[in-house]
Design a protein around this ligand. Sequence first.
Ligand code: AGP
Length: 604
Amino acid sequence: MCGIVGYLGDKNTKKILLDGLKELEYRGYDSAGIAVLQDGDFQSYKAVGKLLNLEEKTKDFITEKFAVGIGHTRWATHGKPTELNAHPHLGESSYVVHNGIIENYAELKKELQDDGVTFLSQTDTEVIVHQFEKNLQLTSSAFEAFEKTISELEGAYAILLVTKGESETIFFAKHGSPMLVGIDTQNDKYFASSDTPLIGHCSDVNYFDDGDYGYVTKEHIVVFDKEKQQKEPQFTKLATNKLSAQKDGYRFFMEKEIYEQSDVIADTLLGRVNDTEILFDELEDEFFNGIEEIKLCACGTSYHAALSASYLFERHSKIKTSVEIASEFRYREPIMHQDTLFVVISQSGETADTLETLKMAKNAGLKTLVICNVDNSSMVRLADASILTRAGVEKGVASTKAFATQVSIFWMLSLYLAQLRETLSREMIQEQITLLRAVPAAVKVDDTTHERIKRLSKRYLHGHGFFFIGRDIFFPLALEGALKLKEISYLHAEGYPSGEMKHGPIALADPELFTIALLPQNLLYEKTKSNVEELSARDSTICAISPITFDKADDFIQTKHHTSYMLEFFEMMVVVQLLSLEISVRLGNDVDMPRNLAKSVTVE
Ligand code: AGP
């Protein structure tokens, strides 16, 4: 999740921009930059790594007269974290910063390059400033050129653009990525991609709606809506507490990240799915040549994503798939064949055990792929290819949106491979694409369900343990639900294949044994139901999660009637995440920083 700031006024522009970017550090980034236009001249600075590096570069840069300025912290989605890829991006006489993903950047870039435009970066963002300057030649004003440019972009964006010809103006556009503008008592203008950079400067802010675009000058804030009709800015009072602003008003980062899953999965899909096929720019066409087997290797929640993926690869791509726990794989002297694609999965890209298995695979001459959330991490740098999950920084130690985007990537990858191996018809691929596109809606948190989970969580604060049970791909989801609960409530929980309960664990059944049963209607419902009935018959306390009412449950969380088990998977994922959160809250635990845990386990 990148960060954007902007300022128009005669205060210390550089300081305002840098302080604003500091307030956005919590969103995670790998490079940063600013551009300031004062006295008709641009000054721009960029740096990889922490903001300290950017501050060092700008230490002799003075900005104490009227200026317009923009700044950005970048979380890489297209192109490595380098200075060239850092924002702001320069045209001939304009700079732009951008959050989001321009889905049609490739065709715009090709047209511009055919017109002789030279690109410096690998980013999608850079097409915006070159397209704007192309349009400057075709229109009668900078605003018309900007308006035309915005109409030509597809995807999600929050954009700030400044240009030499309009040295007292900042152009803005918002669609799918957050941005707001504020004014202070001297009528200076402040932009940011979230509240915190404006706290302490502005008391009144306008949160832009999707489709809003326009410009600000010393005197005005001019806003147009998606119908190109001018509209009055709607100012509201700005929050005053920075920490709650960073959490966007949620109680914990984990809660915020559960609610963010809808947006980040939409980002994960952007540019990788069209009406008829799955696309991965990151993979050469021949990447899978000679591959007859896939081995997935990870730890913790990422291992659960890998286990989920194995069902999808074998079902859709008809390719033999195995899954390994990295800490086990490292030492069991595994047999590895050259026709195996070795895939590591890691939110951080730094987990020691997983990284070591990647090295083992490379040393054995296997082709390697990493599914990761952090560009330029050790695993991304080492693997032959990488696919970024685009979940944005995940601050909660208990992983949620990283898991959701990992499974989303694997679902797409299983279809991509099915396209290459022709194991699914075009019609079936298109059906799956329709389902994929429904995931963001499926994971939107339903307030009624959240309230229900909040209420029933009070019954699960003790007991001698939990079983989370499910079948098929809901077994790894059961494992994930159990891990979430263990991590943040410190209560014991096990994920178990529901068909296995009768092979021993059912001996534990009694009213103090809580069973969270995942009962999707589109996958082995009757089989799972009979397993749950066996537990209920022995007086185990059952919490059933299902679209179908289950009368033998002590608690029942109703989910929606979807047409596919994969949409049920994602909806039930949100339910088990919220359940662990609300139990932990009631127990008074530190949800975001649970005891004994670290966000990235970089030691064995
Ligand atoms: C997940 O909630 C845990 N924080 C932990 O299991 C984590 O998934 C595991 O340590 C792997 O981390 P990685 O994805 O960064 O490799």
